[in-house]
Write a protein that binds this ligand. Structure first.
Ligand SMILES: [Zn+2]
Ligand SMILES: [Zn+2]
Length: 248
């Protein structure tokens, strides 16, 4: 049996196991006619959608979308701007965990839809979409790259080409327990540009998709690589932003 067929059968079995469009992806309560995008009415009102954010990194702030947060004043990034749909807390954490670690690949559709909505309000014109790559053994275990899945939803809905511009060539330790300085060190030299795309990205505006933005270290590392290989400008879009409310 070929690989494509096997993937289709696996997706079908997962659909049976986790029936879709019946329960809220965030809290698990039953959906009804007032639900939207697999999200119940209550969650639609209470989810931590980011409304005011730092114009640079997209962190939630308590003031208008006009300034740069203290964190961005202290750190220089190579990408131009980053935006996230939600603050990374409460049920947003659990849905992202389910998406990453519980083989619930179908969550890429509703989560990708939220990305598309944010993207539609953002006045940027990327020409290429890419995502943060996973190391090959991790990809094998997980079965899919969650960032690539949501990136493809964005790509298809906006008619923008998707490419795996970089590969992860070193299996570094997880960023979770590290501080900012350690995170920067930990992502150094772990990604490699796919040289076949050198001409493709020349002078192009590129949008990098990831699930969670934490300190920006990983996205910044990929940005650096793409810029040094000829890209013009880099933007980042993620489902959630891991920094709490930032001071301006
Ligand atoms: Zn809900
Ligand atoms: Zn910021």
């Amino acid at each position: 049996m070929n690989k494509l067929k096997l993937t289709k059968i696996k997706d079908y079995l997962l659909d049976l196991l986790y029936p879709r469009h019946i329960k809220c992806i965030f809290c698990g309560s039953e959906l009804n006619s007032n639900s939207y995008n697999d999200t119940c009415e209550v969650c639609m009102k209470t989810l931590p959608f980011i409304t005011n954010s730092c114009i640079r990194c997209g962190a939630p702030t308590n003031v208008d979308n006009t300034g740069v947060c203290l964190n961005c004043k202290a750190n220089n990034f190579d990408f131009k701007q980053a935006r996230s749909v939600f603050a990374y807390k409460d049920d947003v954490i659990s849905v992202i965990h389910k998406f990453k670690y519980s083989k619930m690949k179908f969550l890429s559709e509703p989560l990708g839809k939220y990305l598309c909505e944010l993207f539609a309000t953002w006045e940027i014109n990327p020409e290429i979409i890419t995502s943060i790559p996973l190391y090959k053994s991790k990809l094998k275990n997980r079965g899919y790259n969650q960032s690539e899945c949501i990136a493809r939803v964005l790509s298809e809905n906006n008619n923008l080409p998707y490419y795996d511009l970089c590969a992860k060539v070193v299996d570094n330790i997880s960023q979770t327990e590290l501080d900012l300085k350690q995170r920067k060190e930990n992502v150094k030299n772990v990604f490699q540009f796919n040289k076949e795309y050198k001409n493709l990205i020349k002078d192009k505006i590129i949008l990098i998709v990831d699930d969670v933005y934490t300190t920006g270290s990983t996205c910044n590392e990929i940005s650096k690589i793409l810029l040094s290989n000829g890209a013009r400008e880099i933007f980042i879009i993620t489902i959630a932003h891991g920094l709490g409310q930032q001071k301006m």
